[in-house]
Design a protein around this ligand. Structure first.
Ligand code: GNR
Ligand code: NI
Length: 172
């Protein structure tokens, strides 16, 4: 298990569409373990594989609040089956868009079908923060970031800020 570097915008890899996992095996479980370590270290409540440079349809999440009661969740090849028509706004952030936050409107509940850590098919009914987070993570699988929902001006201001920080640090 190891903590990986999280890619940040602007980075073309983050815009890539992630590929379905054919079989959930040891290789995939290593990716999930590394993702979880990386997410907890950040810290964050969710992470998509592409954020550590792996273009596979894998997500990890933990929305539990207490440090000593970790509740990791693993999603492989997630598909949204049902979206509620009612929307709700939530202040979102993203580890790939550091220090930027914005209110984003999304369906307030959804059903997700996915494979778990062992490759077993599961169906989850999500609402509230869980629903918001899973939709945010599933956007990553399509190369979408929450700033894509903002006005062109707001989005370009954020990208400009992040590029400036990158040129100062001289790392990608
Ligand atoms: O840590 C995270 N917090 C968060 C808060 C509101 C909505 C979505 C998120 S996900 C984010 C971690 C992340 O970037 N996952 O891709
Ligand atoms: Ni994110």
């Amino acid at each position: 298990m190891s903590v990986k570097q999280i890619l940040t915008e602007p980075n073309k890899l983050l815009r890539q569409i992630s590929k379905p996992v054919e079989k959930v095996g040891d290789e995939e479980r290593v990716v999930m373990d590394d993702m979880l370590d990386t997410m907890y270290a950040a810290p964050g409540i969710g992470l998509a594989a592409i954020q550590i440079g792996v273009p596979k349809r894998i997500i990890v999440m933990d929305i539990s609040r207490e440090e000593d009661k970790k509740e990791p969740m693993y999603f492989v090849n997630p598909v949204i089956k049902n979206k509620n028509k009612d929307k709700s706004k939530y202040e979102e952030g993203c580890l790939s868009v550091p220090d930027q936050f914005a209110e984003i409107e999304r369906p307030n509940a959804c059903e997700v079908e996915y494979l778990d850590y062992y490759g077993k098919k599961q169906l989850l009914k999500a609402e509230g923060l869980l629903a918001t987070c899973i939709q945010h993570e599933m956007d990553h699988l399509e190369g979408i970031l929450f700033i894509d929902y903002l006005s062109k001006l707001k989005k370009s201001m954020i990208i400009k800020k992040l590029s400036k920080i990158k040129t100062k640090r001289i790392i990608v």
